[in-house]
Unconditional design. Sequence first.
Lengths: 320, 381, 334
Amino acid sequence: MTITTGKKREKLDRLSELAARQDEQGVSVWQEAFRRLRRNPAAIVGAVIFALFVVVALVGPFLVPYSPTDTIGIREGLIRPGVIPGIDGDHWLGYDHQGRDEFSRLIVGARQTLLVGVVATLIGLAIGALIGGVAGTAAGLGGRWGRWIDSTLMRFIDMLLAMPSLLLAVSIAALLGPSLITVMIAVGVVSVPVFARLLRGSMISQSNSDYVLAATALGVKKSKIALTHVVPNSLAPVIVQATLTLATAIIEAAALSFLGLGNQNSAIPEWGVMLAEAQPYLGVRPGLAIYPAVAIIITALGFTLLGEAMREALDPKLRK
Amino acid sequence: MALLEVDDLSVTFARRGQRTVRAVDGVSFSVDAGEVVGLVGESGCGKSVTSLAIMGLLPKQPGLRVGGKAVFDGTDLLQLDDRSRRDIRGRDIAMIFQDPLSSLNPVVPIGVQVTEVLTRHRGMKGEAATKEAAQLLDRVGIPDPRRRLKEYPHQLSGGMRQRALIAMAVACQPRLLIADEPTTALDVTIQAQILELLKELVRDSGTALMMITHDLGVVAGLCDTVNVLYAGRVVETARRRPLFREPRHPYTVGLLGSVPRLDSGRGERLNPIPGSVRDVLPWPEGCAFAPRCTRRVDECVGEPPQLVLAHDGRSYRCVNPAPVPGATQAEAEDLYRATPTGDDAVAAVPTAAEPGSVPAQAVPTDPPAPPGLGSREEESS
Amino acid sequence: MFRFIVRRLLQLIPTLFGLSVLLFIWLHRLPGGPETAILGERGTPEMRAQIRRNLGLDEPILVQYARFLRRMIKLDLGTSTSTKRAVTTEFVERFPGTVELTIMAMVLAIGIGIPLGYLAARRRGRLLDHASVGGSLIGICIPVFFLAYVLKAIFSEHFHWFPSSGRQDPTIGATRVTNFFLLDGLMTREWDAAADALWHLVLPGIALASIPLAIIVRITRASVLEVLGEDFVRTAEAKGLTENTVRRRHVLRNAMLPVATSIGLLTGGLLSGAVLTETVFAFSGIGAFVAEAIGQRDYPVLMGFIMIIAVVYVLVNLIVDLSYSVIDPRVRVR
């Protein structure tokens, strides 16, 4: 008896060692990724833009020289048909078409833009994670029902993927009426398929991996395996995808605003709306379009650079 | 004169911000026409890199440096320009790789992959090329070759794929065939068939074969001469029989000792070499194998061990080699001390060390016998 | 091959069926119900009641759905509330313009994107590589409509190199045959008309191509890099094949597989982009029409657009799958 238990013990020790090693590696993978991130100049640029944008969005509104809703230009009679004054000493970027200080609006607009991006991404992430998680779990459990649930959900996701984002937004706006919330929901729903597929794929490949097998063999509960192994290992790609989605969300929101699906009340500035509102005045003051557009492009670039660099840093194929 | 003479070949990968890796660190060996030469070692010892460097197939990357010489039939392959190298590859020197599935283009029919060699090097086109390709497939033992030519790699079995790769390699009757672990990815039964095929091809056509493997069974069945590599250097060179009967380098001893044997008693333990290939000492600081070596002495560390040229053309790179059966420990040490230790001295061991002159029973630690042959007492190390 | 197509077409049925259910629900959930979708927001209560009776909105929901489905199959998409013409007629008239524009954009994106991505991979880490990777990043981050405005401002309003709007100069008086202006010009041998139509396509084509181009460059580059590291490329090199053969037969053919898939997935985005680009360039295709419909809450038009996009998307992906099975024998067997 002692011999068999001894051998069994030895085997179990080896398996738990394998499972433990994976945890160990999990930590070092993050550290390793961070180390490589710091060496990548693109990641540094992206991170700086990211940080700058968040800081401006958080504290900017308290520091602006003018109220973003104060129509100074009209009060002072500076705005006439066909005339929008440009840069002067006090107004660094001039006035917008309603005589409001453009610079202040741009700074305050960062907050709304961040809000749209973050809320949209969270909506996409939440719904996508739910669908992907259910599909992944169902696929993992297997059986006829499991496979059926998985394939039905994925069919639905494929259909959603086939929908051009704009169209989805238009349909949602048709139901809810144009507003910033519509834009957030529309952009969020558009990113659902990406997150759903990501999480499902990650879960399936994780549950087939050797260390999960090892943990299962040790008799660890399935829920515990999911919590301690599968979820943390799926986290990295989800974070990367969220960063990238934030960039596209800001761009998509601008496109929806351009088509008049965004916020109709322009009192609270948002870059996409500012860009859309500037279109009629392109001939008079092209700057009104260029400033928010450049702000959108730089922000999106920053998020994309950071996201791509993170993905590269975490990619096991590129790791050597 | 040797067909291929590799002299002090070195391959280093330098990466920005990282330590320079010396994958191959002064490898020298030669292949005679029609000879079967083995390159043996654990994974990571530089055997595949050696073959790729000879072929000029190392992935181009900044920081890659190849030094030394690889003289094939009078020309140094390493000095050739890209075009002349392409002319030689596939025509004079051909190569077979480890994984036949990934080594075949999945979206191109087998036929095209065979005929493209014929077109390139023998100027054959159209029906003539197809006919020749079918004959080649037939020669490597693929049944129904005409049909197979139209098929894609995924439609063939593993063994068939490797046969197809061999057909491509021998299409131009090369003078040297390099096989990089050609059987590792295959089932055991298929392995034997492929080895038999290679043996047959080599025998019939007089092609020299450079066999790269970690499998001592393959070496035992095929090779005339064996080079054992460790950490990017050849540590022992010998004809097959002497190598298996009386390995001198402790690493070779260890390799032979880690092969499971059918005739050893049940419950008897294998003798793995302790540690892993990662535990190496850089060659300039001594013997790379020293950290894992059971015969380590003080002289192992400090400077790299010189190549010792023994009788019968065999050589090893060790200051404290495993004793030849028949010589006592003291005699062996005497032999060692007698060797000159100049700067690049290649020491000649006196012929007095001829094996078999002393009864084998006198040897204190018996070196292992070749796998599958003879019996062996349990070692106490 | 034929059986493959038939099977794929049969697989479409559940997808289209699901889409029709979603559309039906959408239509019924619109503020004001489907009668608003048909009448617009200006209808009188009597007209609304009339429509409700005509549509059978008081009947059971399944009957209504069957009726809806029958109309869809007969391609009866109703009447546009803004132009008062049948949506189908409007679409047939405007569709060619959008097709010309998207083909132009795809030709640009594929024609430039694949060679550029390939070269970037071959010259990895060099200037061209960094430039194309950086350029494609910026291409993804620029809002399409802003790029369209910038192109228009620089190349047509400032330099006057390209026309700023429309599909063709009406003073040419070109003969209409198919409503594909470029094709018409070629068919009737009115070369100046064809050239003018092509000239009108350049700027919107570039604007629309920006995102697909960026994506194709990135995917081609990544795919070529991956294939270059494959064993079979090493085998091809070991056979002493010329660089040209290795590239064409062994690298490019395999690298094209993921690119083909991505082209299929780009179609949806391309049609979204067409709505924005056509609006900026006053290009009379479906996109500009739909942009107006969005402003006017012209629901029949929007619904028709959704249907068209779904069908186009599905067809394009069928073509992609077919071409995929031509390149990749492993797909063919299954």
